[in-house]
Design a binder for this molecule. Sequence first.
Ligand code: ZN
Length: 322
Amino acid sequence: MCPMRRLTIGFLLLAVAALFILPHVLSGQAPAKFGSRTSTVRLYLHQENKIKKIQLEEYLIGVVAAEMPAEFPLEALKAQAVAARTYAVKRMGTGGVANPLHTGADLCDDHRHGQAWLSREELKERWGILPYYNYFYKVKTAVDETRGEVLTYQGQLIDPAYHSSCGGKTENSEDVWKFQVPYLRSVTCPYEADPQPVQTVSISLEQVDQALGTTLAAVPVSGKKAAGEMKVVERTSSGRPKTLVVDEQQFPAVAVRDLLGLRSTNFTWKLQDSSIAFTTTGYGHGVGMCQYGAKGMAEHGYNYQTILGHYYTGVEVAGIEN
Ligand SMILES: [Zn+2]
């Protein structure tokens, strides 16, 4: 090897050392506990079937914008930003262990596989060009003002479940998912600002039968009898149905909600001729942060730390580089 080439390689090694090692030595800081705030997210785009590399804080703008209306107050958006960052950082570097459908990606933009994400182009379409600049700046402010902040419980990143509106009280995690999580406890939601929490939908007996595998429509009975074929046998601590018996079969309320496409498990029903009218309160699973509740708290002057502390019992807001 000629001396010149050796020199070049030596210089390259020195340059690499300077880039990656010296900053730690000079700053005297230990390596980041929860990854670096400048980390890159490997995001699976489910519609394009490809993996996009994107900076964490840039990714979070697209998540907050997709997951919470940008009209919401800044403190509610900041609470959402910290929750979304916590969710992302917890999964970064896992390389898709969580979901074999997109091996090699840390996160997915499909809301069914985690948290939704929208690109700037998609946000322009959603908001329209003129509101876009206002809303984008507002969401970016929420992400910037909470830069590097995540939620921990006893020093560990939490799974920050959230939902649209709880209807007045959130759920204990074990009433919805079987797992008892110490920071996902049922709490009251005093300022919930959902403009339409109560909604009614009629589903024909045939559709109910098809979804649940029951035979409500086939039984030649009076309306009253059919209504009697469905009853709540167990309630959650917040008072929602937990277990139901329909046509002598037992169902978790969560399954009934999924199979019938109801807005929440917080429902009552009424028989109408050949259909059942389901009246739901709130929207979503009811566990963790209530987004409309966060909106209401922000409108009553509470900041994002108080909002997060209310919905996630016993958690702390920590820095990524703690
Ligand atoms: Zn609520």
